[in-house]
Design a protein. Structure first.
Length: 175
């Protein structure tokens, strides 16, 4: 059943803090909250975009550095500072005429719960909270910010014969 669900995925939606990052935030003197992102996650994200998958980020966090990172990877739909993730999710469904079964969501904490109940394939990093793990159909062996995102993207792209890039650029994941 899980492998069949991977074959149906056309859309990836990711939370940021605790999924694309390890959840730590550094507060700078200027008031900016800084995060670190994994370069291997970045490679997988940009490859999914190149292959024609819809890649979305929905996060309660915000910041110009986050926006620039995701834009650099070619992510089409970036929603930062979101209070109601379900509302953004429903808008994406309507905008792209998506069905729930073609959507994979990776979250790690309670704010992701309601949206994860609506998608075809809810997933999480290994360090997600118990309520999210209980709901997830796949729990990556990797933690948030430490290639959990790459893990699930690679699984989807491999099963759909979309993983290998004949002409990769070393600059792709570092944008």
């Amino acid at each position: 059943m899980f492998l069949q669900k991977l074959k149906e995925i056309t859309t990836f939606i990711f939370d940021v803090d605790g999924v694309l990052t390890n959840g730590d935030i550094i507060a700078s003197d200027s008031g900016e909250f800084l995060r670190t992102f994994n370069i291997k996650d970045g490679y997988a994200l940009q490859l999914a975009v190149k292959r024609g998958y819809l890649v979305c980020v929905i996060s309660g966090g915000k910041g110009i550095t986050m926006q620039k990172r995701f834009e650099g990877l070619g992510i089409q739909e970036i929603y930062l500072g979101v209070g109601d993730k379900v509302e953004v999710f429903n808008n994406l469904l309507a905008k792209y005429s998506l069905g729930a079964k073609e959507i994979l969501y990776m979250g790690d904490d309670i704010p992701d719960l309601k949206v994860m109940q609506l998608v075809g394939l809810p997933t999480c990093p290994s360090d997600a909270v118990p309520e999210i793990k209980a709901l997830s159909e796949y729990i990556s062996p990797y933690t948030g910010g430490k290639t959990a995102v790459r893990d699930i993207i690679e699984k989807v792209l491999r099963i759909q014969s979309q993983w290998f890039d004949e002409h990769p650029s070393a600059a792709d994941s570092g944008k």
